[in-house]
Structures are given as structure tokens and as C-alpha cells.
Design a binder for this molecule. Structure first.
Ligand code: HEC
Ligand code: HEC
Ligand code: HEC
Length: 87
């Protein structure tokens, strides 16, 4: 029983590390589900050139994330707490 829980926790940690990232922000970190987004859009919608890690700040993050959510009318675009998780 205990071993199963440890194994499940390890798998969960691995899955989160592999497929999701979190942008740190003082008003609440912003989790980003790369795998979900990657499945819906071509890489070039978000990556210029070869896809790799890039950083976002308030202006570029809001432009990229909120900009697309508004354009496709899906995903959080209005409520700060839909992206900025304070707990
Ligand atoms: C679609 C998701 C999304 C929504 C909605 C959103 N934000 Fe953000 N916000 C981001 C991302 C991504 C960043 C970049 C984080 C980073 O700098 O690492 C960011 C950055 C910020 C920062 C800078 C934080 C820092 O540590 O420098 C502030 C302040 C901020 N947002 C305020 C707001 C406010 C206020 C709202 C609501 C009106 C809002 N955001 C709604 C995604 C969002
Ligand atoms: C909806 C936007 C979006 C789409 C579509 C997208 N990505 Fe990303 N990707 C991001 C963001 C934002 C980051 C930065 C997160 C990070 O690196 O922490 C990222 C990071 C990456 C990284 C670096 C990961 C790391 O851990 O350093 C790779 C590699 C990558 N993407 C590949 C791809 C490929 C390949 C595709 C297409 C199949 C794709 N991405 C589609 C937004 C996107
Ligand atoms: C190219 C378009 C596009 C970009 C860029 C984009 N998103 Fe999204 N996002 C979507 C769509 C479409 C959905 C709705 C998915 C659904 O409900 O099936 C979504 C949903 C979400 C959700 C809700 C997920 C859920 O499980 O309900 C969050 C949170 C989110 N996006 C965060 C972000 C952040 C943070 C960024 C920027 C780093 C970002 N998105 C960039 C298209 C985009």
C-alpha cells in the first residue's frame, strides 16, 4: 500500500516535470500545460525558430497567453486567478 502511493507520487512528479511548467510571478505563479497546448496548435504559434525554452515577463506573457485565448475564445483571458495561482 505504502509502496504503491510512493510509486504513484513519483509518477505524478515525473509527469508534471515532463509536461508542465510554471512561470513564477509574485502575484501568483502561472502553471502552463505544455502538452495540452502543444497538442492543439502548431509549434510555430508560440515558438519562433527551433522550439526551445524561453522566458516570459508580464508584457510578453500576457500578449502570448491572453492574446491567443482571446483570439480563439478559449482558455482564461479575464480573471487573473485563472492563471495566477496564489495558493
Ligand atoms: C492567460 C494567463 C494569464 C492571465 C489571465 C493573467 N496573467 Fe498575469 N502573467 C501571465 C504570465 C504567463 C506572466 C509571466 C510570468 C513570468 O514573468 O514568469 C504574467 C505576469 C504577470 C505579472 C508580473 C509578475 C512578476 O513576478 O513579474 C503581473 C503583475 C501580472 N501578470 C498581473 C496580472 C493581472 C493583474 C491579471 C488580471 C487582470 C493577470 N495577470 C492575468 C499570465 C496571465
Ligand atoms: C501554446 C504555446 C506553445 C505551443 C503551441 C508549443 N509550445 Fe513549446 N513552449 C511554450 C512555452 C510558453 C514554453 C516555455 C516553457 C518553459 O520552457 O519553461 C515552451 C517550451 C518548450 C521547450 C523547452 C522545454 C524545456 O523544458 O526547456 C521545447 C523543447 C518545446 N517547447 C517544444 C515545442 C514543440 C516541439 C512544439 C510543437 C509540437 C511546441 N513546443 C508547441 C509554448 C508552446
Ligand atoms: C495559440 C493559442 C494559445 C496560447 C499561446 C496559449 N493558450 Fe492557453 N489555452 C488555449 C486554448 C485553446 C485553451 C482551452 C483548452 C480547452 O479548454 O480545451 C487554453 C487553456 C488554458 C488554460 C486552462 C486549462 C484548463 O485545463 O482548463 C490555462 C490555465 C492556460 N491555457 C494557460 C496558458 C498560459 C499560461 C499561456 C502562456 C504561457 C497560454 N495558455 C498560451 C490556447 C492558447
Amino acid at each position: 500500500m505504502g509502496k504503491t502511493i510512493i510509486l504513484l507520487a513519483a509518477i505524478l512528479v515525473w509527469a508534471v516535470l515532463a509536461d508542465a511548467s510554471v512561470f513564477p510571478a509574485y502575484n501568483g505563479n502561472v502553471p502552463f500545460d505544455h502538452k495540452m497546448h502543444r497538442g492543439k496548435f502548431p509549434c510555430t504559434d508560440c515558438h519562433e525558430g527551433a522550439p526551445r525554452h524561453f522566458d516570459l515577463d508580464r508584457a510578453s506573457g500576457h500578449k502570448l497567453c491572453i492574446g491567443c485565448h482571446q483570439k480563439v475564445k478559449a482558455g482564461p483571458a479575464q480573471h487573473c486567478s485563472d492563471c495566477h495561482k496564489t495558493s
